[in-house]
Design a protein. Sequence first.
Length: 182
Amino acid sequence: MEPDLYRRWERGDILNLGVQSSETEFETRMAGLGDAAAISSLLHESFLGYKSRYTSEGFAATTPTAEQVLARMSEGPIWVALLNGAIVGTVSVVLKQESLYIRGMAVLSTARGNGLGELLLTQIENYANEKGCTRLFLSTTPFLDRAIRLYERSGFRRIDEGPHDLFGTPLFTMEKRQELRR
């Protein structure tokens, strides 16, 4: 484990180191105002390993401050994924007519491989169904291979629609069409 990561965990800056056990419990819930700092920290930690591939402005937009997370809460719901009670993942959405825009999806590297990404996407699909949305879409960077594979396994396909960059960082859009369930 990285020494800096461990020191941050000891100080309480990181809620969980993602230590696995046979008694792993997963859940998702709607984020509350008190979760904004943890979500901001989680997004920063999750994308830190890719920072050199972003422009500085693109990285800043991908890793919002706690204040920016609070502002996002007024634009649409944010969920958090919990592993044994600690926040280790997040995603937010914005309703755009009959579509749902997915943004800010991340799972801490120490918690990946547990199905939390799938759990978050299932939460989004259920919400989209409740809101009558038949189209889900997101923008991602071409270097987030693991996330792209998750989206593809979940039925998302790359489309030509923009945006094609985030402050100079390359982007592409993916979408998923779904039938409404009653």
